[in-house]
Design a protein around this ligand. Structure first.
Ligand SMILES: [Zn+2]
Ligand SMILES: [Zn+2]
Length: 133
């Protein structure tokens, strides 16, 4: 709720609406879906404002932007979610989250071997989910 103010962002009602909408769902949605969900409930925020606000939220590390290679950027709440990776169904687009200690540890091991300091990593598995198989 106070996230916007805590981050020292200029507070506007529209920003609060966009942030609330992103926090409301655990889904990984694109800006169009977020726009649609805000406006279907009668809260009138223009498409341009929503796109711009999402951009600001990403830059302020409140929202994580996902690139899945299909040209559609998806967004999720970053503030309240710990690190996780994604499994993506190429058929229905379903996105599931996973976290695996071994994978995380293995990445650190590899980085150490190459004398490399990891800043961040993106790990995505693409395939077909159990409903689409
Ligand atoms: Zn599927
Ligand atoms: Zn996620």
């Amino acid at each position: 709720m106070d996230a916007l103010r805590n981050e020292g962002m200029r507070y506007t009602k529209q920003r609060q609406i966009v942030w609330d909408e992103i926090c409301r769902s655990k889904d990984h949605r694109d800006a169009e879906e977020i726009y649609f969900n805000i406006n279907k409930t009668g809260r009138n925020v223009s498409r341009a404002t929503i796109y711009r606000t999402i951009d600001v939220l990403v830059k302020n590390n409140l929202v994580r932007q996902l690139e899945l290679g299909d040209g559609r950027k998806r967004f999720e709440n970053k503030l309240d979610s710990t690190h996780h990776d994604h499994i993506v169904c190429l058929s229905c687009g379903d996105i599931q989250e996973f976290y695996d200690d071994l994978i995380e540890a293995q990445q650190d091991k590899i980085a150490k071997k190459y004398n490399f300091k990891i800043v961040r990593h993106i790990h995505q598995l693409f395939g077909v989910c159990k409903n689409c198989k």
